[in-house]
Design a protein around this ligand. Structure first.
Ligand code: C5P
Length: 226
């Protein structure tokens, strides 16, 4: 039976956040943000191991934190993921769930939804939400060139869940400069990953205001599950 592993790329500097401390380590409700991210995966009975990819010179990670750390982060997110795949031991058919360190509001319910939807899927897939806003293409100088049709458009979230062998091959084939998520590399090989409805609350902390939002969402989630 295929095992399920989680790989958390956490080697980004979080430059859009400003400040010295990378966003995955910022305090969020009394803990480093990444602890919230890790908790749902570490507690799930179907998840065999949880790997965290950090930069080789990271001086923030502490040895007693949950997860198995791999100090092999690269220059891009895709490079960090590929390096992580190459450093973890797995069989070709094992599942790997790649999840951004900066998405601390992932829930058990969403994780179960993804695992159930993809259990027998031939390709794999990801959590995603349909685009709700009207989309504008800028023509330059802050002015609109045209309106893009939003029908059929989704915003990709994580986790993104693919077989170990397929994902490694896809990231190697596409190169690690281009893909901004794992699905893009798998699409590059001609596959059609499955879109599994996610949740807006599974936000990626990118800008300072997102941190406050994550705090409110986590409080709401805790209220729901207690
Ligand atoms: O920068 P962004 O928010 O897109 O990063 C998404 C995730 O990828 C974060 O968890 C970040 O730490 C990680 N990352 C990485 N290696 C990089 C850049 C980003 O592991 N070189």
């Amino acid at each position: 039976m295929a095992r399920k592993y989680v790989l958390i790329p956490a080697a980004g500097s979080g430059s859009r956040m400003g400040g010295e401390l990378p966003k995955q380590y910022l305090p969020l409700l009394g803990k480093p943000l990444i602890h919230h991210t890790l908790s749902v995966f570490c507690a799930h009975p179907s998840i065999e191991r949880v790997f965290v990819v950090i930069g080789p010179d990271d001086c923030h990670w502490q040895s007693d934190w949950p997860g198995e750390v791999l100090r092999c982060g690269g220059a891009t997110r895709a490079a960090s993921v590929l390096n992580g795949l190459l450093h973890m031991a797995a069989s070709e058919d094992d599942w790997v769930l790649v999840h951004d360190a900066a998405r601390p509001c992932m829930t058990r319910e969403l994780l179960d939804r993804l695992l159930d939807a993809l259990e027998d899927d031939p390709v794999g897939g990801l959590l995603a939400v349909p685009v709700a806003d009207t989309l504008k293409r800028e023509g330059g100088a802050g002015r609109i060139d045209r309106t893009e049709p939003r029908a059929g458009l989704w915003r990709a979230q994580t986790p993104q869940m693919f077989r170990y062998g397929l994902l490694r091959t896809a990231l190697k084939a596409m190169g690690t400069e281009l893909p901004t998520d794992e699905a893009q590399a798998v699409e590059f090989l001609g596959h059609a990953p499955r879109l599994v409805p996610g949740d807006d609350r599974n936000l990626k902390v990118t800008y300072p205001a997102d941190l406050r939002m994550a705090e409110l969402i986590l409080k709401e989630i805790w209220k729901e599950i207690t």
